[in-house]
Design a protein around this ligand. Structure first.
Ligand code: ATP
Length: 357
């Protein structure tokens, strides 16, 4: 029996609700003769914890997390804590501390889900977000605070090593997909240093992948292409900031923020990788029991894939697709079901599915 150690951090808002739902379906999969078991430890790190203790991650916390095979993360963000404090207090120290430089964000219109796009074209994309530097490198500062001459700088950092590894990761992923097509997203017309280097390194790496078709798009132009010609895109590689924005658009175009998953990968596996839904804390629906757990289930499927549990990952995606197709939808998808209804439907499907292993 294979054992996978999972650190569960539900954190804020609907995070704990969707992580609890995710663990329910993971348990159903493990109980289904999957040949594996999950050893789950819950970490109480959240904004409430921060307000009580003055920190999100206690002394030695990252060292403890290092001992896990994967991190299953909910959402961070609270109305009581400024967003930049919560983000830099919890999610970014894990993602950056564990060098999870490849952020993988698939977007697809699941069966039974209606895309706001009306031209009938399908979406099937993977956005690869550089997740360790760029615009979110934390490089900058403020001087002359509170004075009329106050200044704030936010320096985007691009390193050759950082840019090369994300492009290589994107090419490797694109190569495994049927379309073998990778779009370089850039803004090298206006930003002539880091972004020009970003493009140059892309084409250097491209020489090693002659089987992958490439094209290049400015980040502003790619938004219109996503809406008007979605089928012309397959895998996109973009910087930390650009991909952050594009993946929210991708999630909305595929039906709801409530279905979009993401994996923060340390591809070399020196550190655990982190799996989380794209959405945030969603205060407007917290505690109402109506959060869509599908993003977290899809995220859980990516986590299983990463852990080598491919059969269980596929069963979970089949279950998700069967449930979305049968219109057991939460209100964000226009339905009346709640989180528990969707979770039960997915668990029932798993219970009735053919054995996985
Ligand atoms: P962040 O800044 O952390 O990305 P945000 O405030 O921009 O967060 P969310 O908290 O993700 O955005 O919420 C945006 C909208 O999407 C809200 O109206 C929220 O209710 C809705 N939403 C997000 N996630 C879900 C979900 N899982 N189920 C249903 N609705 C959701």
């Amino acid at each position: 029996m294979r054992t996978h150690k999972i650190a569960a951090i539900g954190a804020d808002g609907i995070g704990p609700e969707v992580i609890a739902a995710g663990l329910e379906v993971l348990t159903a999969l493990a109980n289904k003769d999957g040949g594996f078991r999950l050893e789950v430890e819950h970490f109480p790190w959240s904004s409430a914890y921060y307000l009580e203790h003055g920190h999100y991650i206690p002394e030695g916390g990252l060292e403890r997390l290092k001992q896990f095979d994967a991190i299953f993360f909910g959402a961070v963000g609270s109305q009581q804590v400024p967003d930049h404090v919560s983000l830099w207090g919890l999610r970014l120290p894990i993602a950056q501390g564990f060098d999870q430089y490849a952020n993988v964000r698939p977007a697809r219109v699941l069966p039974g889900v209606k895309s706001p796009l009306t031209n009938g074209e399908d979406i099937d994309w993977v956005i690869i977000r550089e997740n360790s530097e760029g615009e979110y490198s934390g490089n900058g500062g403020r001087a002359h605070r509170g004075l009329p001459i106050e200044v704030g700088t936010e320096v985007a950092v691009f390193t050759r090593a950082g840019v090369e590894r994300i492009h290589r990761f994107a090419f490797e992923l694109a190569r495994k997909r049927p379309a073998k097509h990778l779009t370089l997203v850039t803004k090298s017309n206006a930003q002539r240093f880091g972004m020009v280097m970003w493009d140059e390194i892309f084409y250097e790496v491209a020489r090693d992948y002659p089987d992958v078709r490439t094209d290049r798009e400015l980040v502003d132009a790619v938004t219109t292409r996503m809406v008007l010609k979605p089928k012309s895109l397959d895998v996109l590689v973009a910087t930390n900031l650009h991909a952050d924005i594009l993946s929210d658009l991708a999630a909305a175009l595929s039906g709801s923020l409530g279905i979009a998953p993401t994996a923060n990968l340390n591809p070399e596996r020196q550190f655990p990788s982190m799996f989380e839904p794209i959405h945030g804390s969603a205060f407007d629906i917290t505690g109402k029991g109506v959060a869509n757990p599908i993003a977290t289930f899809w995220t859980a499927s990516m986590m299983l894939e990463h852990l080598g549990e491919t059969a269980a990952a596929q069963t979970l995606m089949r279950a998700v697709e069967a449930v979305t197709a049968s219109k057991v939808h939460t209100p964000d998808l226009g339905g009346k079901a709640n989180t528990a209804d969707v979770t039960r439907a997915v668990c029932d499907y798993i219970g009735n599915a053919a054995p996985q292993a």
